[in-house]
Design a protein around this ligand. Sequence first.
Ligand SMILES: NC(=O)c1ccc[n+]([C@@H]2O[C@H](COP(=O)([O-])OP(=O)(O)OC[C@H]3O[C@@H](n4cnc5c(N)ncnc54)[C@H](OP(=O)(O)O)[C@@H]3O)[C@@H](O)[C@H]2O)c1
Length: 294
Amino acid sequence: MTKIGIIGIGMLGNAVGLHLLKSGFDLTVYNRTKEKTNELKNNGAKVVDSPKKVAENSELIIIVVKDADGVKEVSFGKNGIIEGKHEGLTVADMSTINPVESKNISKKFLEHKIIKLDIPVMGGPNVAITGELVLMASGDKKTFNRFRNVFEKIANKIFFLEGEGTAHLVKLAMNLQITMLALALSEGITLVRSANVDPKIFLDILNSTYFKTGMSENKAYKMIQEEFDATFTLANLKKDISTITDTAKSFGIKLPMIKKAEEIYKEAVKKGFGDIDYTGILAYIKKNNSQHNK
Ligand SMILES: NC(=O)c1ccc[n+]([C@@H]2O[C@H](COP(=O)([O-])OP(=O)(O)OC[C@H]3O[C@@H](n4cnc5c(N)ncnc54)[C@H](OP(=O)(O)O)[C@@H]3O)[C@@H](O)[C@H]2O)c1
């Protein structure tokens, strides 16, 4: 069995790790905040004190940290991955990051003779725990195929995309959809509520039409109950929205809707809504309206 390392035991890294342990893999993990590794340790993972030690113990390292700065820190910083490099070591980055940064990071790894794959995913911890993520991959295909058995455990749908960084670019286009859906549902719910119409009726009608989505059929019913326990935090979606606007800027294109969404999510984080689920943008819109109604 492949010896796997995971760096970044947040919500997603923890769930992916638990599933890999259950699938029989040998797993070594590191997280900047050590306490978050306890569940994996109790399930058989080896917990180490640095990304360097993860590298020494692994053939394949999966990075699942917040952003590109985090990826660079665990890769090239003090006691980083490159300090534990050895023949055949491969890195796969599952974090959602800027495709331009991703290309630069791959290039820097190559200078150390390490191949880095891009493996961003769709789906959160709730599906990662059963290996049902949707995985987009780019990078060296031969190396990807070498570890295909691991990726097939993590995800039940895999899309290999040609071109360095392409998987991260498509992942950003996916999170653009998530952002718009969360906002559209939130504004629809707020509109019907303002006229005392039960938002459940609104959802039931929406879900009887061509315009229904997975979000309107599932999470939206939690939204109207004000259940915003995070599977993906509002702060992390704001981080991705800013990555989308940065990427659009570097590609010289204008995406007006996501630019507006960035303002809304930025303000919501500023007002203290960052730690709840990204669908909690509904609660932010509600609070804004209650202030305006005073
Ligand atoms: N949750 C989802 O549904 C989902 C789905 C697809 C993709 N993603 C992406 O996957 C990544 C992780 O998401 P998550 O939901 O697991 O987030 P999370 O729970 O907020 O965890 C973030 C992780 O990144 C680590 N980290 C942040 N900055 C770091 C740095 N400078 N150096 C080292 N470690 C750093 C954190 O360490 P500490 O614990 O020490 O803070 C933590 O382990 C993000 O890029 C996210 O966009 C998430």
